[in-house]
Design a protein around this ligand. Structure first.
Ligand code: G
Ligand code: G
Ligand code: MN
Ligand code: NA
Length: 250
């Protein structure tokens, strides 16, 4: 309850902020996109990872206003960068609870309209938890989102259950290879084989690919050889406050 009260207060007092982590095309080193990652600055001025408060925010429904905050902020920043001549794809994490809300598509449509962010530059990252809900309903929500022009990425791909049947069922655009496979791919044959299989499957299905958690040059060069060229990870940049990103772009 204390944490819930703190989160509510944080939401009222502007204690939440959005960090951004770059996605880089390793073929030429260019930044092609950014993932928006929520942070909470608590009353001790510490930056708290969402891993510590998202589950509670989902239970209490606070994830809905928090998710809207992140979505709007990412659209505002994406439009600002676009106006400055940087055409970047902005990725926003979306919780299953948000997708279940009856007006989620309207919320996304409104955020795009009110900020002027082009739909084709917005990517929504969902986890298998979203796809595991009511299939009919999720399918119609995803179809409506796609008709707006936004793309759908599946986050942490390869870690949940039934991923392959989800790929067949749902209209997805992007697979984000889970960081656990990238972390182990140089030392463990099984992880390397899984990464290679995910890449060739995505190519066959004409899905875009992002490798998550790339920390070493050797991982990047192996991924490039296998045909995955968009990378996200500490090798290319950590999640940073927006002022820091602006400084890099200046
Ligand atoms: O940024 P970090 O690695 O600390 O994030 C921890 C977890 O929180 C990740 O699984 C990430 O996907 C999730 N997360 C970060 N920002 C958001 C957000 O805005 N909404 C939701 N639903 N999850 C987020
Ligand atoms: O679940 P999701 O993929 O949205 O979570 C992204 C999280 O992964 C971010 O909170 C970020 O801090 C973390 N992350 C991003 N790049 C790396 C990396 O190279 N190594 C590790 N260990 N974590 C990373
Ligand atoms: Mn993500
Ligand atoms: Na992930």
């Amino acid at each position: 309850q204390a944490l819930e009260r703190h989160i509510r207060m944080g939401a009222e007092q502007g204690g939440f902020l959005v960090y951004y982590q770059p996605k880089v095309d390793a073929r030429d080193g260019s930044v092609v996109g950014l993932e928006a990652l929520l942070r909470w600055r608590n009353d001790k001025n510490e930056i708290v990872s969402p891993a510590h408060f998202i589950p509670l925010a989902e239970e209490t429904g606070l994830i809905v206003p928090l998710g809207l905050f992140v979505l709007r902020q990412a659209c505002l920043d994406g439009k600002r960068w676009l106006d400055a001549g940087r055409r970047l794809r902005l990725a926003v994490n979306v919780s299953a609870v948000q997708v279940t809300e009856s007006d989620f598509c309207d919320t996304v449509r409104r955020a795009l309209k009110e900020t002027g962010m082009p739909a084709e530059l917005l990517e929504l990252e969902i986890t298998e938890g979203v796809l595991a809900q009511d299939v009919e309903r999720t399918m119609s929500v995803l179809a409506e989102l796609k008709s707006l022009g936004v793309s759908i990425a599946i986050d942490d791909f390869g870690t949940g259950y039934s991923s392959l049947s989800y790929l067949k069922l749902f209209p997805l655009d992007v697979l984000k290879i889970d960081q656990s496979f990238i972390r182990d791919m140089l030392v463990d044959r099984h992880s390397a084989a899984i990464v290679a299989a995910i890449i060739s499957m995505a190519q066959g299905m004409r899905l875009r690919l992002v490798a998550e958690g790339v920390e070493r040059e050797e991982q990047a060069s192996e991924l490039l050889k296998l045909g995955c060229h968009i990378m996200q990870g500490f090798l290319y940049g950590r999640p940073e406050p927006v002022a820091e990103i602006d400084r890099c772009f200046a």
